[in-house]
Design a protein around this ligand. Sequence first.
Ligand code: GTP
Ligand code: MG
Length: 482
Amino acid sequence: MPLITDFVSRAGSAAQSLWEAGGQLLTPAVRIGVTGLARSGKTVFTTALVHHLMEGHTLPALRASAQGRLRRAGLAHQPDDAVARFPYEEHIAALIEQRRWPQSTTRISELRLELDYERGSRWRPGPASLALDIVDYPGEWLLDLALLDVSYREWSRRTIEASRRPDRAAIAGSWRAGLAELDPAAPADETIAERASNAFKAYLAALRAGPEAVATTPPGRFLMPGDLAGSPALTFAPLELKPDEPIKARSLAALMERRFESYKTHVVKPFFRNHFQRIDRQIVLVDVLAAIDAGPAALAELEDALDQVLLAFRTGRNSLWSSLFSPRADRVLFAATKADHIHHTSHDRLEALLRLLVARASRRTEAAGARVGAVALASVRATRETSVREGWETLPAVAGTPEAGERVGDEVFDGETEAAVFPGELPERPEDVLEGAIPPGSLRFPRFRPPRVDRGAFGRRARMPHIRLDRALEFLIGDYLL
Ligand SMILES: Nc1nc2c(ncn2[C@@H]2O[C@H](COP(=O)(O)OP(=O)(O)OP(=O)(O)O)[C@@H](O)[C@H]2O)c(=O)[nH]1
Ligand SMILES: [Mg+2]
């Protein structure tokens, strides 16, 4: 029985061809992309994954591990010198030593882990190695794909029109008021361009902080600039252009248009060409619980974002973009993170909801060429399960240490005291969630501190608890370890 539901299957396996290409000379490598929108749990996922493999913990759903065939895992030099190294040591120390979550990150980073294992195949037994190149990058960057085939004029029109939606009107108010004062035909002026761009970025940030809770409006680098913050390619904004009026040379509109094109040429295309198209296996982390709690508008926005993400994986096969890059990822796993906030009785329901969100996306845009899976997981399990009594009822609850300043009901926590919380339950039918069965703000999800991890026997650390991280690994690399 498959551990994770597959929607679309594709014959053939990349593992095979790599084996053939790699022969005995090179260590075969698999490049795993870890992405997701801001705060979805990318850094914690990558850190936990490396931790379990390095410490040699048994991961029952990863067959090679369950069969005792994983021998050793160690960090090695990464293949790309121009990409920042993922600071694993710093993140794991924060989690274990200080019991705090890692710092937020805004750029791409990479880490190579070398696995020695015993082949499981009866035909080719014996020792083997596999290099895992793990690449963590902001999911917002994938949404930029939508910009590649639109003109500045068209992008301006669409972005301004979308801001007129009733639920966005109030948020867009101050940016739109400033926009109305700008004359696209006025001479190009750096200060005005910068001011317009800042006002537009403030609008994008407000969208993310508002009821939608999910940032899907490109340009993705405006909220996640990486190393490019402040550069001209990131200093532009939409303008109100009259449909039939040409853009005048040396005008404000001409400056904005040139920068929009530079953004595509110097930022978007290189990312897709140099990074995205080299990924073999992709995991897309999704904070579904936060979106449920933010309400139906956030869920609809999230569904849209997942749709766009899947689009990026299909492009190479039949579209305009195929001349630019062709993704080779043959497996994409969507993962609902932070499942430790809810009782295990709701884990399958969370997974079903995620599957529904992705299934609708793939149906709308027709089948993808890659195998797509869904799982609900917690990279680091910060809670344990318990029950609480409310009146005559006993409710399934989770207990952990809420972070200092977190509020549950009337109580404000100090970061040391434990609390048992009934987070709420997800309905049996995932459709009910999309139809508004859970009123916004009704779930109780305090931010818990990472769990206490004590040193085990012989100086070895006890394992950091997780939920279904092993299933995710089996989907991503299980077939490479046969
Ligand atoms: N309880 C729990 N919280 C988690 C887990 N994973 C992530 N979190 C929470 O989510 C926050 C964001 O996680 P990160 O891994 O930093 O997310 P990210 O996607 O790398 O975020 P950015 O780098 O800011 O884009 C953390 O600070 C934790 O509060 C998990 O498995 N369990
Ligand atoms: Mg991060």
